[in-house]
Design a protein around this ligand. Structure first.
Ligand code: SF4
Ligand code: FES
Length: 330
């Protein structure tokens, strides 16, 4: 009998099939590796580098590196986490990401992965690039300020919709998402709100204006910030926004309540039985809601720093004090 093929991920054996990448095998085993440009339905792209892991001492992107027996892969170690945080910090300064004012806040993978990895502050100088916003489409908005050039929309339009609406033009810092239309505007392209390309964006760069099944419902912020997908559960549990945008009952922009699907298998029961080490091992994996519900630590008053409040005297104390002062004065 042949031995099942497996490699070690943070010391745990992960089985794999020939042809699978480290990411494929990890997700199939219910183990989350942070990622942005990866979508299991599309060919790997390897552009965001957020899925960086250390395999036999060498940094590789988990979504493109083939799984192999005898690999020892580190994903949740301090050095790898520090690398990921640096990559995320670069992504945040390259575009204009204003999370508190973003319509996708709470359902944005970039934001959710940053929370998961413990990115708490900016580190590099912001570029503040000037990028175009395209609101010419009746059902969708394209805001290039938030685009991380993951090319998920490019691949989805080409490989799933058969349209080739999007492409990336330019090089380096001048790279930008372009639209295949005589005017270059989204409204003059073939993109339909029902296209897969309209629902794979991991950030708020492609935003449906309303639900595809209800042309009269044009309410933004339909699900309030604080109750959205990643406000309720960490990304390691609920997976990519694209997964939720397609699910029945999902509202636009992946801002629906969690569908209860697991990142790897699409089945929460499997996620429960799988090692939830990413959540239990790291307090940073807690959701905002979980952190809010944590019991507040009893604050012990520091007599040096906190002067005692003057207590209001009782009427009896008042009377005793005034009789004492009368006696002293007599
Ligand atoms: S618009 Fe969204 S899906 Fe398309 S490249 Fe930019 S970030 Fe990726
Ligand atoms: S998810 Fe692997 S490089 Fe983007």
């Amino acid at each position: 009998m042949t031995e099942p093929k497996q490699f070690l991920l943070d010391g745990e054996p992960i089985p794999f099939q020939p042809g699978q990448t480290i990411m494929d095998a990890a997700l199939a085993a219910g183990v989350y590796i942070p990622h942005l440009c990866h979508n299991p339905e599309l060919a790997p792209h390897g552009s965001c580098r957020v899925c960086v892991v250390r395999a036999n001492g060498r940094e590789v992107s988990a979504c493109t590196a083939p799984a192999a027996a005898k690999l020892e892969v580190e994903s949740e170690t301090e050095p790898v986490r520090a690398l990921r945080v640096a990559i995320l910090q670069m992504l945040f300064v390259e575009g204009n990401h204003v999370c508190p004012a973003c319509e996708r806040s709470g359902a944005c993978q970039l934001q959710a992965v940053a929370y998961y990895c413990g990115m708490l502050e900016p580190r590099f100088t912001h570029f503040f690039p000037r990028r175009e916003l395209d609101a010419s489409h009746p059902d969708l908005v394209l805001d290039r300020n938030r685009c991380i050039l993951c090319e998920l929309c490019v691949r989805a339009s080409r490989d799933l919709d058969g349209k080739r609406v999007f492409a990336v033009s330019g090089r380096g810092i001048d790279s930008q998402l372009i639209v295949d239309a005589p005017t270059g505007r989204l409204g003059d392209s073939q993109l339909a709100v029902t296209d897969r390309a309209a629902h794979v964006c991991p950030v708020g760069a492609i935003l449906p204006r309303h639900r595809a099944d209800d042309a009269n419902d044009r309410r933004g912020y339909r699900v309030p910030i604080g109750e959205r997908l990643y406000d309720r559960e960490p990304i390691s549990r609920v997976g990519d926004v694209a997964l939720h945008d397609r699910s029945p009952g999902s509202r636009w922009g992946g801002c629906a309540e969690s569908t209860g699907q697991d990142a790897g298998t699409g089945d929460l029961s499997a996620a429960k039985s799988a090692p939830q080490h990413r959540l239990e091992r790291h307090s940073i994996g807690k959701t905002k809601l979980e952190r809010r519900l944590e019991p507040k630590l009893e604050r012990q008053p520091d007599p040096k720093r906190e002067p005692r409040l003057e207590q209001t005297p009782t009427p009896e104390q008042d009377a005793a004090a005034s009789s004492t002062s009368v006696q002293e004065g007599s």
